[in-house]
Design a protein around this ligand. Structure first.
Ligand code: NAD
Ligand code: MG
Length: 393
C-alpha cells in the first residue's frame, strides 16, 4: 500500500485524483487531505477517506473543521496553516505527494515534498514557474521523483525515453493548446468578456484560475516555462500549437524528423492515473477516445497579438529567474481582480506587462528570495489594478 497525500484535495485535480485512487483501494491509502477554505468539502472527503490528517490552510477555520469531524472521525488529526501543509507533504507516511494547490501558495509544500524525497505528482505548475531551480535541486539532492500531471507535460514524459529530453536527439517540444473559449473572438469582443464566459472552457472542466489562464493563453505561457524547467531545453526549442480538439496533448520532434505525440480524451484522470501507476498503467474511468468519430485534428499558430499573455511568458522566461516570479504573481492578482469584476479581460495582460516593466533588482536563489519577489510582484500588480480602476479602464 502506497501512502498518498493529496494537497488541494477539494479542487478539480484533487477530486479527480481521489476518483482514481478510489478505483484502486488495494494499492493506495490516503495519508492526508488539504483545502484552503472549503471546510464542508474537506470534511466530507475526510469522513469518506479517513486520512491521518485533514488540513485547512486558513487557520481561522480550524475549529469549524474540528467540529465537523469531531466525534464522527476522531482518528483524523485536524490541523491548519502553511506549516501543517509542509508537514503533511514531508511526513514519512506519505510516499506520494499530489501537489494540486493552485498558485504560488503551493510552493512551500511542493518544495518540502522535494526536500523529503517524495514521489511528487505535480499539477501545481506555478511552483515550478516561480522556483524551478530550487525544486529541481531539492529533487536531485533527496532522490525525490517529479512526475508531471499537467496533461501536456505528462504527454511529453510519455513520449521521451525515461522522461528525459536528450538535447542531441530532441529538436523541439510542442505543447498544444485548445485556444480556450475566445479562440475565434476579436480583441474588441474580448474587451467585453465576462468571468462566466472566460471560465466556460470548451474541452476541460477546471478550477476558475486555470480556466481564465486558458482564456488568456497565460496557461500555455506558464506551461512553456514549466516545460523548460522539467525537460531542460531552451525556450527557443519549445513551441506552442493551437489544437481545438484537445486530443493530441503534446509532441516531441526528434532530430530525424520523427514526431511522437500522445493522444487521449481530454480527461485529467488519464495523466493522473499514469503518474500514480508509473511505470505501470492503471484503469482510470476516463472515456475512451473514438478516433473515427473525432475524424479531424486541426493545428494553427497562436496569435500573440490577440493573446499577449503568451508573448509575455516567453519574454519572462528569456529574461531570467526573477521575471517569471513577477509574471506569475501579477497574473494571480490580475486574474482574481478579473473574477471579482474589478478588471476587464484585456486588463489581465496589461497588469502583467506593467509589473514586468518594473522588475525589482534582486536574485532568486532562496525560498525567502522567491517569496519576497512574489510579494513585490503582487504589490506592483495591485497598484496597477487600482490605477486602471481609477482611470476607468
Ligand atoms: P481548483 O481551484 O479547482 O483547486 C485548488 C485547490 O487548492 C483547492 O483544494 C483549494 O482549496 C486549494 N487552495 C487554493 N488556494 C489555496 C491556498 N492559498 N492555500 C492552500 N490551498 C489552496 O484548481 P485546479 O483546477 O484543481 O488546479 C490545481 C492546480 O493544477 C493548478 O496549479 C492548475 O494550474 C493545475 N492544473 C489543473 C488542471 C485541471 O484540469 N484542473 C490541469 C492541469 C493543471
Ligand atoms: Mg495543461
Amino acid at each position: 500500500m502506497k501512502g498518498v497525500a493529496v494537497l488541494g484535495a477539494t479542487g478539480s485535480i484533487g477530486r479527480q485524483t481521489l476518483d482514481v485512487l478510489g478505483r484502486h483501494p488495494e494499492r493506495f491509502k490516503v495519508t492526508a487531505l488539504s483545502a484552503h477554505r472549503d471546510v464542508e468539502g474537506l470534511a466530507e472527503l475526510a469522513l469518506h477517506w479517513r486520512p491521518g490528517w485533514a488540513v485547512i490552510a486558513d487557520a481561522a477555520l480550524e475549529s469549524q473543521l474540528r467540529a465537523r469531524l469531531g466525534t464522527q472521525a476522531p482518528e483524523v488529526c485536524v490541523a491548519s496553516g502553511a506549516d501543517a501543509l509542509t508537514e503533511i507533504a514531508s511526513e514519512a507516511a506519505a510516499e506520494v505527494v499530489v501537489a494540486a494547490i493552485v498558485g504560488a501558495a503551493g510552493l512551500p509544500s511542493t518544495l518540502a515534498a522535494a526536500q523529503h524525497g517524495k514521489t511528487i505528482l505535480l499539477a501545481n505548475k506555478e511552483a515550478l514557474v516561480v522556483a524551478g531551480g530550487l525544486i529541481l535541486a531539492a529533487v536531485q539532492a533527496s532522490g525525490a521523483r517529479l512526475l508531471p500531471l499537467d496533461s501536456e507535460h505528462n504527454a511529453l514524459f510519455q513520449c521521451l525515453p525515461q522522461g528525459r529530453a536528450d538535447p542531441r536527439e530532441v529538436d523541439r517540444l510542442w505543447l498544444t493548446a485548445s485556444g480556450g473559449p475566445f479562440r475565434t473572438w476579436s480583441s474588441e469582443q474580448m474587451a467585453k468578456a465576462t468571468p462566466a464566459q472566460a471560465v466556460a472552457h470548451p474541452n476541460w472542466r477546471m478550477g476558475a484560475k486555470i480556466s481564465v489562464d486558458s482564456a488568456t493563453l497565460m496557461n500555455k505561457g506558464l506551461e512553456v516555462i514549466e516545460a523548460e524547467r522539467l525537460f531542460a531545453l531552451g525556450a527557443d526549442r519549445i513551441g506552442v500549437l493551437i489544437h481545438p480538439q484537445s486530443a493530441l496533448h503534446a509532441l516531441v520532434e526528434y532530430v530525424d524528423g520523427s514526431f511522437l505525440g500522445q493522444l487521449g480524451a481530454p480527461d485529467m484522470r488519464i495523466p493522473i492515473a499514469h503518474a500514480l501507476g508509473w511505470p505501470e498503467r492503471l484503469a482510470n474511468g476516463a472515456p475512451r477516445m473514438n478516433l473515427a468519430q473525432l475524424a479531424t485534428l486541426q493545428f494553427e499558430e497562436p496569435d500573440l497579438q490577440r493573446f499577449p499573455c503568451l508573448r509575455l511568458a516567453f519574454e519572462a522566461l528569456s529574461a531570467g529567474a526573477v521575471a517569471p516570479i513577477v509574471l506569475n504573481a501579477a497574473n494571480e492578482v490580475a486574474v482574481a481582480a478579473f473574477l471579482n469584476e474589478r478588471l476587464a479581460f484585456p486588463g489581465i495582460a496589461a497588469v502583467v506587462e506593467a509589473a514586468l516593466s518594473q522588475l525589482p533588482v534582486s536574485c532568486a536563489s532562496t525560498l525567502d528570495d522567491v517569496l519576497a519577489l512574489d510579494r513585490a510582484g503582487r504589490q506592483l500588480a495591485e497598484d496597477e489594478v487600482a490605477r486602471l480602476q481609477r482611470s476607468g479602464n
